[in-house]
Design a protein around this ligand. Structure first.
Ligand SMILES: Cc1ncc(COP(=O)(O)O)c(C=O)c1O
Length: 423
């Protein structure tokens, strides 16, 4: 059911003003803007926003479409800055690089974590000062580092000798931070061993950074995306605190910890609110660093944009594999190659709304429309959809505001890339 009625029931909530943030802790120069007094919120975190519900009732789409409620993005940002006021937020642009999201967050005073020159250009186009941008990818072309530096970006991530040398070469005096390996247990979208290095190597590299004339600024980690185990930040920060102490003994005074992302959106399972994550992080910081904290950076992506988006899709085919099969195959006009890439290994488990919700349900396999057998969304994970579901029905896929539109292929099998509409 489209939740238009739910929208009518939605309450107007007053979002209090951001807590004051110590201005000496801010990387950027923009003041923290005041959030508006009222944002229409869904009844529960991750349900459809009343504004999106109203929008979908009054608009018809022939192709799948992602609708993002930018007010919810703002709400998520403000909730996080209130819960963790001492952290400088660097929105991870990769999660959802829509112009309206970047513009709104820039107005709210956010900083930005960019993975590429394109993302840097996007932020600059929206008036973000380059001093509020971190080039956070540990894998960068030397020419891109040079261009970013010439554009005024001064903060760069690295996790290897080779990357550090590139930065020292073309970005003299830049602030650099080293990403360390941490466990990603508990993450539904782990970031594995591709990024980061062991702390003893990070120590050597940070000393080398100082010798190369760079500003050995700090350390970063990422506990894995959609992290459900709050203790992972404690484990990671224990590694970071030893690294800080060892670096100090070697004459390198690190000043910044980048906590990465990891905070969740709400998919099938309930998740803890931002406040619980903030409390766990604060406890871990106090335990390992005491009250004299270094500068703290956080790079949320999924938790800012995920719950702000809904994809409207259509049922293309409902069929069975044998005459007495109890399981229906439900093929949608969206799949792994048109935005739902995070269903790889059935990792991210989205929630679906249909026009027949509330009626009797039966088991389904959910798949996309392309001629590729990898284009199955859920086969092992148990999903049930109403028995009254029909070909041509519109379905809504909730909490799809992050890591969807940008994963959509250019034209696999001739299907158009996922369109994004911000409201
Ligand atoms: C360097 C970096 N920072 C932040 C993020 C955002 O993480 P999340 O979406 O879990 O908040 C990512 C995600 O891949 C990342 O690679």
């Amino acid at each position: 059911m489209l939740r238009a009625e739910k929208g009518k029931r939605a309450r107007l909530q007053n979002i209090p003003v951001c807590d004051e943030i110590d201005p000496t802790m801010k990387v950027g120069t923009s003041p923290v803007a005041q959030p508006p007094v009222g944002i229409l919120l869904p009844d529960r975190q991750g349900d459809m926003s009343p504004r999106i519900a109203a929008y979908l009732v009054s608009h018809d789409f022939s192709d799948p479409c992602l609708v993002i409620d930018v007010d919810i993005v703002e709400h998520n940002y403000v909730s996080l800055t209130r819960a963790l006021p001492l952290a400088n937020v660097f929105y991870a642009v990769k999660a959802s690089p829509a112009d309206d999201i970047v513009r709104r967050l820039a107005d709210l005073g956010s900083n930005f974590d960019a993975a590429s020159l394109t993302e840097i250009d996007l932020c600059l186009r929206h008036g973000v000062s380059p001093t509020r941008i971190s080039f956070g990818n540990t894998i960068k072309k030397k020419t891109d580092i040079a261009r970013a530096y010439n554009l005024g970006v001064r903060m760069f991530a690295f996790d290897s000798d080779e990357e550090l040398e590139k930065i020292a070469n073309v970005a003299p005096g830049a602030r650099v931070y080293c990403r360390i390996l941490v466990q990603c247990d508990g993450a539904e979208w782990p970031l594995s061993r591709k990024f980061g290095c062991e702390p003893d190597m990070a120590l050597r590299l940070l000393c080398k950074a100082q010798r190369l004339g760079l500003d050995a600024y700090g350390v970063s980690f990422h506990v894995g995306s959609q992290q459900t185990d709050l203790s992972q930040w404690d484990r990671a920060l224990q590694r970071v605190s030893s690294l800080f102490a060892d670096a100090h003994h070697l004459g390198v005074d690190l000043r910044m910890i980048n906590l990465g992302g990891g905070m969740p959106a709400r998919y099938r399972a309930n998740v803890r609110p931002a406040e619980d994550y903030a409390a766990a992080i604060m406890d871990a910081l106090m335990k390992h660093f005491g009250p004299a904290l270094p500068e703290i950076i956080i790079e949320p992506g999924r938790s800012i944009a995920g719950d702000a988006g809904v994809i409207q899709a259509e049922v293309v085919l409902i069929s069975r594999k044998s005459d007495n099969d109890t399981v229906r195959w439900v093929y949608l006009d969206i799949g792994k190659f048109s935005g739902l890439a995070e269903t790889m290994d059935e990792s991210i488990k989205y929630r679906f709304l249909t026009p027949s919700d509330g009626g009797k349900t039966g088991p389904v396999v959910l798949a996309g429309p392309t001629c590729d057998s990898a284009d199955i969304l859920y086969e092992k994970t148990q999903y049930e959809l109403p028995l009254d579901l029909r070909i041509g029905d519109k379905v809504q896929i909730l909490s799809t505001g992050a890591y969807t539109s940008t994963y959509s292929s250019v034209s696999f099998n001739g299907f158009a890339p996922l369109q994004t509409i911000c409201i």
